[in-house]
Structure formats: C-alpha cells, structure tokens
Design a protein around this ligand. Structure first.
Ligand code: NDP
Length: 494
C-alpha cells in the first residue's frame, strides 16, 4: 500500500495523523496519507512566503522558469501509466478517461503555458497625449493558495499550478482530502524537477481546518478555488478580513438546448456524454436538456435506450463506461435529490437507484438517471446534483428555450444544438453562461479561457486570461520627455 507525505519547503513531511484513502469502486483502502495540522499549515505558508520574498523563483529569467515547467510536463508523461491507474482508483473514474483525458491533459497544461507565457507577459505600452508613456506591466501575484476539488484532482491542480508557477508565484496546493493521491504524486515529480525549496508546497487535510487556515492567512496574497458554491461563498466571507485577490470556479446547473433542425444522433450521443461522463460529477455537466417539441419524443426514446446500455463497472476495467460516485455520502446526496424530486411531482424514466448487481455491491455506484416532468420551481431544476442525473424538458420556441436555460442562479456553461450555426451564435449571447458550446460539448482548450458567471463564480482558468489572473497589473508612467526610446516589447515578470 502506498504511503504519502506532505511536501513542504522542498521536503517530504510525515505527520502523526494519517488518513485512509478509499477506492470508491470497492470501498477498500488503497493508500495512507499524512494529514496536516495547523503546524504544517504554518510551515507551508512561511516557506512559500520566504520563497517568494527572498527566493530565486520570481527573479529567474523566463527561459529558466520555462525549463522547469517543461520538466514537470515531462515528469507527468514519464509517469503517465501509474498516475492514470492511481487517479482512476482514487476517484472511480473509468481508467480509459484517466488514461486518455486527465493525465495527458495535465501534462499539456504545463507544456502550453511553458510555450506561451512569455508572450502573455508582454506589457502594453500606451502613449497618452504625447505627454507620457505608460507601461501596463505584469508582476507575480505573490503567495497563492490553490484549492482543488475531487472530480478532476490532478487536472484542475495542473491548470492552476502551471499558470501560477509560470507567473513567478509560490504556491500552497491543497487537494480534496478524498482524492489527494495524484497531487501528492505530482509533488514527487516537482521535487525531481528540482524547483527551489518552498516554491511548491502540497498539504493534505480537511477544508474546514487546513483550507480555512490557509485562505484566512494575511501572508497569502491570492486564492484560486475550485469547488462548490457553498464553500466558495464561505471562503469569500472569512478571507475578506484581509483583502486578497480570489478566483472562484464554482458549481453549475447548465442547460443544453436541442433544436428540431439538429442532427439527432449526434445530439443524443453528445448529450449522454455531457451528463454521464465522470459519473455526472462535472461542474459543466449538462444536467438540464431541453428539446424542441417536434423531436422531443424521438430524442427522449433514443436517449433513454442508450442510457440504459451504459456499462457500469469497476474503474480499472477497460470496458467500464461509468464508475462509482466518489463516496457513499455523495451517493446519499444524489438519492436524496431524487426522492425530493419525486415528492415534488417529477417522474423518473430511467435508473434512479443503486444497481443490484452483486459485483457492484461494495462500490458507490448509482444508475444513470433520467427525469421528466420537471418545472423551474422544483429543487432538482435549480440545484446542482453533481451525479448522473439529468432532466429532459421541452420547449416550443426560442423565447421559451432562453427562459428555461436562464431560470437558474448558476451561469457556467450551455450547449446549443442546431444546424443553423449563425442562429446558434446569436442565441448564445442571450444565455447567461461563461462558455457556450455549439454542436459540441466539453471542449476545453489550453488556449481558451474558461470560467462562470453569476453563482458559478468569477475569474478564468486557462488561456491568456486565465494565466493573467495569477499576475498583478502595474501601471508604470514615465514623462515622455525623459523616455525618448519606449520599450515596445517590454515585459516585467517580477
Ligand atoms: P467542495 O466545495 O466541498 O470542496 C472543494 C475544495 O475546497 C476541497 O479541497 C475542500 O477540502 C475544500 N474546502 C472545503 N471547505 C473549505 C473551507 N472552509 N475553506 C477552504 N477550503 C475548503 O467541492 P467538492 O470537492 O465537493 O467538488 C464538487 C464541487 O466543485 C461542485 O459544486 C462542482 O460544481 C465544483 N466544481 C467546479 C468546477 C469549475 O471549474 N467551475 C470544476 C470542478 C468542480 P476537503 O474536501 O478536503 O474538505
């Protein structure tokens, strides 16, 4: 059984308190991890602070930082098989998904940033009235706390880490205490890459103790949080005692609008993926799919027929299409949502229960579930379930579709399915969401920013905009008469 320590100030630190790490497919213990106390939190913050204030990291040339970041990407690729197996075992996601999505995408996020951050850091030079030259320059944000959820533990950690490090920050990374394994493996890769001590610190422990102590500390300059709306709001409240920059990537209740002129087969297949991938435990899950009247019956029949065929199984089986939920608690939460929906008048037409198969009895499995006859007043319409549960609804015209899509407090993503792309592009402007996919779902690109609006949070990950979140903007103004040769390709990475 693997044993994991914390990683603080360039050293692996074992603590007295230990935690068992569970495989949700079997309910069995697969590893043991050290748990941080407030002593390790203090050590991590002071190490990151010293490494930022006195250490070499932010003063390295961009070329040197780039080399380190490439080394981390290579380290992930060199250990890809083992990382995929661990990620799959710890989260329950099918091994195919971990192998072909999570792990390569984690390495790519470092590669992309290494190749592009220099251009992202270029200052804008503005001449004002022939009086002054202003250099809008980027500086490192400082000590950044990165808080990560359990659904994509390594990938989300890498999105944050790649940008934070390239921008010259020092970091304290806290994975979810349910899924710390891949991130603690990443700490070994970072250590092997030879980053200066204190630049990256990884500590495991509960959000309410370790997470809170990190985010509340005045020596921390920035928080990058991905998780639930509830915890995000709580962090904003208590961390506001000292002013710090935050980005909040929170939950969603995203809508997919399927118009009658779409290719139904493509829309059905992609819509299945948009809710049942990763057992529906995705912030961008299309948990509300609205279909135009003319094709409603056909869409629902096809969707349910295929949902019933989804193969549930242990995450290490290459045939498995859907694994278990992350924990028994999460499964209970999903079941409770369904009970409430039924009590409010919704109808379950597929799944809705724990599978009876004997091979699945020890894991936290739940059947792919389809609900109809839901209205915007019901809890299941408004609240994030974070499991394999989808609402299929109908609309007759564009106005009704927009109203249904926007009838939620969240604003993370949406999908539009129509063969009329010009119409879909126009329509996308009327939906409250940070991302809109047209005739596709779930395309995340390192080149493009991603993030929500309304209760889904603020700030971006990925792309130039996501990278720049991890910097501070400084305006340097020079009297033009003293600045006869303005630096056009000026960057300021300190
Ligand atoms: P939680 O909000 O419960 O936890 C997220 C992280 O925050 C965990 O590491 C958790 O630690 C930590 N945490 C909990 N309490 C505190 C606190 N008081 N202070 C600081 N940190 C704290 O989310 P889940 O892990 O359950 O993830 C699911 C949620 O994440 C869903 O709502 C989903 O939509 C959202 N999400 C959003 C994404 C986006 O990009 N918008 C992407 C992926 C998920 P611990 O668990 O160890 O206690």
């Amino acid at each position: 059984m693997n044993k994991y320590s914390l990683y603080i100030n360039g050293k692996f630190v074992e603590t007295k308190e230990k935690q068992n790490i569970i495989n949700p497919s079997t309910g069995r213990v697969i590893a043991e991890a050290s748990v941080a106390s407030l002593k390790e939190v203090e050590l991590a913050i002071s190490s990151a602070r010293a490494a930022f204030d006195k250490g070499p990291w932010r003063n390295l040339s961009l070329l040197e930082r780039k080399a380190y970041i490439f080394k981390i990407a290579q380290g992930i690729l060199d250990n890809a098989g083992e990382l995929a197996a661990l990620e799959s075992a710890n989260t329950g996601k099918p091994i195919k998904e971990a192998t072909f999505m999570d792990i390569p995408s984690s390495a790519k996020s470092f590669e992309h940033i290494a190749n592009n951050f220099e251009s992202y850091l270029q200052a804008e030079v503005v001449n004002v009235n022939n009086e002054a030259n202003a250099y809008l320059s980027r500086e490192s944000a400082g000590v950044v706390v990165l808080i990560v959820p359990w659904n994509y533990p390594l990938l989300i950690a890498c999105w944050k880490l790649a940008s934070a490090l390239a921008a010259g920050n020092t970091v304290i990374l806290k994975p979810s205490s349910l899924t710390p394994v891949s991130v603690l493996e990443l700490a070994k890769i970072i250590n092997n890459a030879g980053l200066p001590a204190g630049v990256v610190n990884v500590i495991n422990g509960s959000g309410s103790i370790v997470g809170e102590a990190l985010c509340a500390d005045k020596r921390v300059d920035m928080i990058s949080f991905t998780g639930s709306n509830e915890v995000g709001r709580h962090i904003l409240e208590y961390s506001s005692k000292n002013v710090k920059k935050s980005i909040m990537e929170l939950g969603g209740k995203s809508a997919s609008l399927v118009f009658a002129d779409t290719d139904i087969d493509v829309a059905v297949n992609s819509s299945l993926c948009s809710i049942f991938l990763n057992q529906g435990q995705m912030c961008t899950a299309m948990s509300r799919i609205f279909i135009q009247d003319e094709i409603y019956n056909r869409f629902v029949d096809e969707f349910v027929k295929k949902a019933k065929r989804i193969k549930l199984g242990s995450s290490d089986n290459h045939e498995t299409q859907m694994g278990p939920l992350i924990s028994d608690a999460q499964r209970k939460k999903v079941s409770a949502f369904l009970e409430k929906a039924k009590a409010e008048g919704a109808k379950v037409i597929c799944g809705g229960k724990i599978p009876e198969s004997i091979e699945l009895k020890n894991g936290y499995f739940f059947e792919p579930t389809v609900i109809i006859e839901v209205n915007p007043k019901m809890h299941i319409f408004k609240e994030e379930v974070f499991g394999p549960v989808v609402i299929l609804g109908r609309f007759s015209n564009v106005e009704e579709a927009v109203e249904l899509a926007n009838a939620t407090d969240f604003g993370l993503a949406c999908c539009i399915w129509s063969s009329n792309v010009d119409f879909a592009k126009e329509l996308s402007r009327r939906i409250n969401s940070g991302t809109c996919w047209i005739n596709t779902y779930g395309m995340f690109y390192n080149e493009l920013p991603y993030g929500g609006v309304k209760q889904s949070g603020f700030g971006k990950e990925l792309g130039k905009e996501g990278f720049l979140e991890y910097t501070r903007l400084k305006n340097i103004i020079v009297d033009q008469s003293f600045d006869s040769k303005p630096l056009v390709n000026y960057w300021y990475g300190f």
